[in-house]
Ligand binder design. Structure first.
Ligand SMILES: Nc1ncnc2c1ncn2[C@@H]1O[C@H](COP(=O)(O)OP(=O)(O)O)[C@@H](O)[C@H]1O
Ligand SMILES: N[C@@H](CCC(=O)OP(=O)(O)O)C(=O)O
Length: 255
């Protein structure tokens, strides 16, 4: 049997909610269907945001919802709902998920790095799909800066993945000029990250936290480790399969 290609799929809040205020079960089902279809050739690790968005569907905590501690509490409440939706939808297709909550400091210690990769390798070897999110109770950086992109990149490097896919709500990186003119044009192929950095606009979408800046930071990490990264619009159905078959426009960053 040939070795499966390992893909790290990062799904942002906007993709998971399909730009609404609710987690989209349909989107999670779409992801499950694609993974089920691709599972003989590819193995998947998921970095999923969406805990805060999931909680907001159910609770209204005191405060204006913007303070970090309120966001951390929302993440703690929402993570269970999020994982339940993953578990239900994936199980329907015979797929099994597990949960891993990580924080940056875990990547600074050799021992915890080894523990993370050993655990995830056992999960993958047994056919489980690890679903990773930042441990928001202990780390506030990501809520402030939207660094699930960076978490995905660091995890991808640690697990030696073949490809990082960042699913967001645009068809990849657009040229700055095309965005300003309101006629977005995708940059299809990137080899020079410095050039790409010049194309970022300050804005980010309504639910996302890092914008394209945090995606560039992620790409810097993966490129240095010789890992290819694709930025794909995850709102549309079948986005992974369509990107693999070159049927949609997206940004491919080759190291
Ligand atoms: N050059 C660019 N190309 C595409 N999107 C850009 C660009 N510069 C800034 N953006 C903004 O980045 C947003 C995506 O990042 P973000 O809101 O953090 O989403 P996610 O939840 O997927 O991480 C886009 O919706 C867009 O508003
Ligand atoms: N850990 C938070 C992630 C927030 C975040 O980084 O969102 P995104 O910019 O959509 O990746 C959550 O699960 O809500």
């Amino acid at each position: 049997m040939t070795k499966k290609k390992r893909i790290l799929l990062k799904i942002g809040s906007n993709t998971l909610t399909k730009e609404t205020k609710h987690i989209s079960r349909g989107k999670i089902e779409d992801i499950a269907r694609q993974i089920a279809y691709l599972k003989d050739e590819y193995e998947f690790v998921i970095v999923s945001s969406g805990a805060i968005a999931a909680a907001r569907q159910f609770v209204n905590l005191e405060g204006n919802g913007k303070e970090i501690t309120v966001k951390q509490a929302l993440a703690s409440i929402g993570q269970l709902h999020l994982m339940r939706i993953y578990q239900d939808n994936f199980r329907e297709l015979g797929l099994f998920v597990s949960q891993c909550l990580l924080s940056y400091s875990d990547f600074e210690k050799q021992e915890s790095k080894e523990n993370i990769s050993d655990t995830i390798n056992v999960l993958l070897a047994n056919g489980y799909i690890p679903v990773i999110n930042e441990n928001d109770t202990v780390a506030t950086d990501e809520i402030k800066f939207g660094d699930n992109d960076k978490l995905a990149a660091l995890t991808g490097v640690l697990l030696n993945v073949d490809l990082l896919i960042i699913a967001t709500n645009t068809n990849g990186f657009y040229t700055k000029k095309s965005m300003q003119d309101n006629k977005p044009e995708t940059i299809l192929q990137v080899t020079d990250i410095q050039e790409l950095s010049k194309e970022i606009l300050a804005d980010k979408s309504s639910l996302g936290t890092g914008g394209m800046k945090s995606k560039i930071d992620a790409v810097k990490i993966t490129s240095k480790a010789n890992i290819e990264t694709w930025i794909i619009n995850g709102i549309n159905d079948n986005f992974i399969i369509n990107a693999i078959n070159n049927k949609i426009e997206f940004t491919k960053i080759t190291p």
